[in-house]
Design a protein around this ligand. Sequence first.
Ligand SMILES: Cc1cc2nc3c(=O)[nH]c(=O)nc-3n(C[C@H](O)[C@H](O)[C@H](O)COP(=O)(O)OP(=O)(O)OC[C@H]3O[C@@H](n4cnc5c(N)ncnc54)[C@H](O)[C@@H]3O)c2cc1C
Length: 380
Amino acid sequence: MTDADVAIVGGGIVGTALASELVRRGRRVALVDSGRAGTTAASYGWINSHKKHPIEYHQLNMAGVAAWRAIADRHPSVVSFAGHLEIAEDEAHRRSLTQRVERLQELGYGARWSSVADARDAVRCTIAPDSLVAAFDEGHAFPLRWVAHLSDQLASADGFERRRATVTRIEPGRYGAELVLEDESRIRATDAVVCAGNGSEALVASAGGALPLVEPLVDSAAFGYLADVSAPGHGIDRMVTTDVVGIRPGDDDLLLVQALDLDQTAEVGAPAPPGVATALEQRIAALLPHTAPRVRAIRVGHRVIPADGRTAAGRIRAGSRVWAIVTHSGVVLAPWLASVLADELCGAPRDARLASFQPARFLDGDAATAPTAPRRPGDQ
Ligand SMILES: Cc1cc2nc3c(=O)[nH]c(=O)nc-3n(C[C@H](O)[C@H](O)[C@H](O)COP(=O)(O)OP(=O)(O)OC[C@H]3O[C@@H](n4cnc5c(N)ncnc54)[C@H](O)[C@@H]3O)c2cc1C
């Protein structure tokens, strides 16, 4: 007898969303999480398909945005589609914004030009009169609120068990797959799914797969700062991006702030140099002169990115009972990916949109081209 139909490793937004979808389909689910805060706890939460290449990846993100729109109708405190204003002053930013708006309009995406006057009516920001301003139909989510909501529901659901433990490896078992925990105890399941964020590479390898992640190097795509900033009376209800800073509403009336060009020094475990907080405060003060911005905390997020930059979702090799869902833009993608992978785990055919996102693509050992670090407005 198995302990569960599906054993999931990882209780970030991806693993929790998958557990929820499987329990809704009547599956017995065991979710094991180490209790260490993962990437979901340090995410900008921008709900978009803004600069997602190639087109197959854009389609995944569009499906993710649609799933979040359905959540917004029922849970307005978890996600808002108040929109995104992007304000370009310098020449390089104007060029990139123009390219992005034109491409997105061709794709039928909600992207339009705005007058400076309309933008000033929408947000109390200083906007130079000759700025180029675009408005995008995009949202911002509070991923930890969504994880907490789903976890509350799961806690009282039949057939769900949550364990706080570290999984050291995954082995084939008599019934399908077995998670081996630190104390060598085992969880036996028909299928196991690795949703362990940056812990996924080792677990997939232990089960005979290959899912290399972007190396955690300073000044690479791996690390980024996120700042919690108090700015009393800021009045910001949506995402605003300028040449030098991105802001959005955060928790407790704070602003959640990033400045991608400052991320070169970001490193997990190392404090941000003092110049980062000073630069952020100066940049926000220039945009919101009616506030007195103060950086309350700077966190370093470690992006979960497969080595070729693309989502990996599915069986780790043909016929395996071990699966993985490992992806950047995991906040955008979690609700939709969880739903289609839950269907597949329950026997439905694979969603055609996932055709080129098989984890098994890494098995032939081809070197992947690492994604470039996001350093300019519109990157992420
Ligand atoms: C600075 C920054 C900005 C970002 N901005 C955006 C954005 O605007 N929009 C967007 O969509 N995405 C964004 N992302 C990416 C997004 O946050 C991630 O893709 C997503 O949070 C990944 O979620 P996850 O559940 O896969 O991983 P995680 O949240 O890392 O969860 C993995 C869990 O697995 C557990 N775990 C790991 N190993 C083990 C083990 N061996 N045993 C047991 N448990 C284990 C960990 O403790 C953790 O709880 C951003 C990321 C960063 C860093």
